[in-house]
Design a protein around this ligand. Structure first.
Ligand SMILES: [Zn+2]
Length: 557
């Protein structure tokens, strides 16, 4: 069993106050935020005010100090918005005023506020912060939303070239990049190589084994634990850190020590024990291996050792042996995988990679067959290799990379075989048919292929997605909702369980693009009963496997 004592957490990325955009039930006032920090056993948080981002920064900063009052668990961060023009505006004077009124950290929204970092006045402020050896949080969130995106985090267009230039010009100023995720790894790591004064907070830093990679290559000093409250699940980042394969000392630095050092704050204590705590939460609090409950991940991927990419992505190791190590550390029994050849290359070859993983680690991998509808001449060979000579678990089509929608006749033979063999099909959800599979397409396919199970991937990406998918799960017995997405919206898992029925919600992680631990934390720290957690993490999947009569092996069956 892998166990560590509990680490004290000091959140480097939380927001207080009424934001115009709110996920259902998320906390916005002092009492609500503290209640959520208690639930996730996070001792302290650095907070900025929602209205300092969205409305009048100077007024919002004052409101923050008033709302925090004397509460020592919350540390105020000022939003610095240099953009509104006033003839006599003295930015350096404003900065001094903020420091005098007790702000120790500063946050800028370059896109939300349209900040011009070449402006000499703005650079004077950065110079002033550098002189004081302060830190500036750079949050590239923006007001405008591309409505084809399925998760809200996708609007955060981090300009790492700009971060690099600022870090070079102000080497005494620490820059904290907010919300970096797997598609920022490539650029972020180059900046890490060049600039010692750049750090990243971890609310969306979910890449497979990436916390360990950063610790090994640049040191634990580069990361600050952040929750992204109230927009994102605080439990996701918490679990990602406690299950990372790094030393306790490195965990303490990331969880609280690095932020304490930046702000000149004293050491953060852990919260007092709660004897009535959920047993599953208590185990995840300490990063224990969850041997006693079945955990099945219905959405993963796989590649041979040494795989690079796809696209320009920098991912961690993607091979079977590396995945099994992480599954074992957390206590995940099995993962259903499709090969990364769904993005490019030879899908038949990729299917063989998935099968080899299942053979090398019996019971740990359930292979999905990837069909490339643009190569219909390969169909007989795929059927022979995946369903006659062998028995794959199901199908994973990917209309996005094939530029062909699932309702196209080219996918008909896949749908018919799935119907005949009672195979599940993992459908990547999108609002637009070439982006993945839409709610309308699933609603029309589910009654036409009633023996097939349609597992809708990324159902929890956003409440906009969830609201169109919940009615489908309610109406059709052969539609299930798989949750995973980087966005980990606050309260999403309980929303899906309450609205679609807890039996319809399946744990999936996209491992090894993502580490499974943040998605586990998203489930475990949501407002659910332990019984609901057990169903979502594995019970529902086991029932589905029995229902469809899958003859392959699973760990524990
Ligand atoms: Zn995937």
């Amino acid at each position: 069993m892998h166990t560590v004592s509990e680490v004290a957490f000091f959140d480097a990325n939380a927001c207080l106050g009424r934001s115009m955009c709110r996920t259902p039930g998320s906390p916005y006032d002092l009492k609500g935020l503290l209640r959520e920090l208690d639930l996730c056993r996070i001792t302290r948080a650095l907070v900025y005010h929602a209205s300092a981002r969205e409305l009048d920064s100077r007024k919002g900063n004052r409101a923050l100090l008033e709302e925090i009052g004397g509460n020592r668990r919350l540390v105020p961060a000022a939003v610095f918005n240099p953009t509104p023009y006033k003839g006599e505006r003295d930015l350096v004077g404003e900065l001094s005023g903020l420091i005098r009124s007790g702000f120790k950290a500063f946050r800028a929204f370059p896109l939300y506020h349209g900040i011009n970092f070449s402006d000499p006045e703005v650079r004077n402020v950065l110079g002033g912060l550098a002189e004081r050896k302060s830190a500036l949080w750079l949050d590239y969130d923006q007001l405008y939303y591309n409505f084809n995106q399925i998760g809200q985090h996708e609007q955060r267009a981090i300009d790492l070239a700009q971060v690099d230039l600022l870090a070079a010009d102000f080497p005494d100023l620490t820059l904290v990049v907010v919300g970096a995720m797997y598609n920022h790894h490539s650029a972020l790591f180059r900046v890490f190589d060049r600039r010692a004064n750049v750090k990243a907070e971890t609310s969306l830093f979910q890449g497979f084994e990436m916390i360990r990679f950063v610790c090994e290559r640049w040191g634990a000093e580069r990361l600050l634990f952040g929750t992204g409250l109230p927009l994102t699940s605080p439990g996701a980042a918490r679990a990602a850190l406690v299950y990372a394969d790094i030393s306790e000392d490195e965990k303490r630095k990331i969880a609280s020590g690095n932020l304490e050092a930046l702000l000149g704050e004293q050491q953060t204590p852990t919260l007092p024990d709660d004897p009535g705590r959920s047993r599953i939460m208590a185990a995840v609090d300490r990063g224990e291996t969850l041997d006693s409950i079945p955990i099945f991940d219905c959405h993963g991927h796989i590649a041979p050792p040494g795989f690079e990419g796809p696209y320009g992505l920098t991912l961690g190791p993607q091979d079977a042996g590396s995945i099994v190590k992480v599954l074992d550390r957390i206590g995940i029994d099995s993962v259903a995988v499709s090969s990364w050849e769904l993005m490019g290359g030879d899908t038949l070859e990729g299917n063989r990679t998935a099968w080899e993983a299942a053979q090398a680690f019996p019971g740990r991998f359930l292979p999905y067959a990837v069909v490339n509808s643009n190569y219909p001449e390969e169909w007989p060979q795929l059927v022979e290799e995946c369903f006659t000579a062998r028995r794959f678990f199901g199908f994973k089509p990917y209309p996005f990379s094939q530029r062909r929608q699932i309702s196209d006749p080219a996918f008909e033979n896949m749908l018919e075989l799935a119907q005949n063999l009672r195979l599940p099909i993992l459908c990547h959800f999108a609002f637009e048919p070439l982006g993945g599979v839409t709610a309308e397409e699933i609603a029309s396919l589910a009654p036409r292929y009633p023996q097939t199970t349609f597992i809708v991937a990324h159902s929890g990406a956003s409440f906009r997605a969830a609201r169109v998918l919940v009615p489908l799960a309610q109406e059709f017995s052969n539609i299930y909702l798989e949750i995973n997405y980087t966005s980990v919206p606050f309260g999403m898992v309980s929303y899906l369980a309450n609205e679609a029925g807890v039996e319809k919600v399946l744990f999936g992680t996209d491992t090894p693009m993502r580490d499974p631990s943040p998605i586990l934390g998203w489930v475990v720290y949501d407002h659910l009963s332990d019984e609901a957690r057990r169903k979502i993490l594995g019970g529902n999947f086991l029932n589905l496997v029995k229902k469809i009569g899958y003859p392959g092996r699973l760990k524990g069956l």
